[in-house]
Design a binder for this molecule. Sequence first.
Ligand SMILES: NC(=O)c1ccc[n+]([C@@H]2O[C@H](COP(=O)([O-])OP(=O)(O)OC[C@H]3O[C@@H](n4cnc5c(N)ncnc54)[C@H](OP(=O)(O)O)[C@@H]3O)[C@@H](O)[C@H]2O)c1
Length: 324
Amino acid sequence: MRAVEFQEYGGPEVLKVVDRDVPEPGRGQVSIDVAYTGVNFADLKARAEGYRVDALPFRPGLEVSGRIRAVGADVEGLRPGQEVAALTDGGAYAEVVVTAAATVFPLPQGVSPRTGATLPTVLPTAHALVHEVGRLRAGETVLVQGAAGGIGTVAGQLAKAAGAGAVHGVVSDAAKARHALKYGYDEVFVGPDFAADVRRATGGRGVDLALDPVGGETFRRSMDALAVFGRLVSFGNASSAEPWQVGQPELYPWGRTVAGFSILALARTAPEALRALAGRAFRTVSEGSVELPVTAEFPLAEAGEAHRLLGSRKSTGKLLLRVG
Ligand SMILES: NC(=O)c1ccc[n+]([C@@H]2O[C@H](COP(=O)([O-])OP(=O)(O)OC[C@H]3O[C@@H](n4cnc5c(N)ncnc54)[C@H](OP(=O)(O)O)[C@@H]3O)[C@@H](O)[C@H]2O)c1
């Protein structure tokens, strides 16, 4: 089978098509003939700086849609031929993937394989950020960094559907702002100097919930943008900045809470909690309250082009690799 791997860290050009044996599922696993693979920012960080890479060569990719090819021992409720979407522990840039049955989900009613490949990481993550971790209540105000990207596009819609009083986004250019305004955002600020915009938009109060995938200075400014009793959820470090230490002085005098979320950690440590979360999140798509637009699609062999586009900060919504 064909797969895409890298032997060394670097730019998109280090991604190479390779020929590999078709993997067989072990106990508790299934193999999937892949239709589409979703491209995530984490794939770029793996390629560029070794994020969550155990050894080289490494095959990136965290999510697929397709048909179950074979089922390993002790797997219940899944059968060969079934159309599914799945979260993988790496390795999704391939024609066949093997993954734990616990992170394989039958495609929701009315959801195509193309849309299915966009869901496994972004949708449960955005749901957790807004609901399970962010605990958004109706009427509260929200601030989302990276509002036009994969997570940002879904987080805006989920916050709006939850009855947020106002949903504010931050993006790096005006075209991205126009995209975000179609997906739940009331107002979108352009550029890193958003703190003053937030104060103005909230009458000086700040926001109740801020979601930060950027880290560094953006994380610190997001904290400053919180209202009293505000919550900040950190879920990435797109800026690759040195970790920023949160201390007592930033927290108790303001009644602030800082939380974190990682879907990969949840998949490894509490797969049943992830299954329940994914069930709730996928329902928002089958019910029609959330959509995730695919804005670009590349053949598997051109995975490097997908990385170039996502790394350029010009993409919106979700990028896919066409595999099957
Ligand atoms: N914790 C989790 O479970 C989890 C799960 C999925 C994704 N994530 C994180 O969520 C973020 C979004 O992921 P995604 O896959 O949906 O990607 P994405 O949002 O489609 O693309 C990455 C986004 O990062 C923003 N960004 C800010 N600073 C950047 C920088 N210095 N370089 C490049 N991009 C920068 C860009 O927005 P602007 O250009 O508008 O700033 C861009 O939209 C990533 O940080 C990812 O690691 C976390």
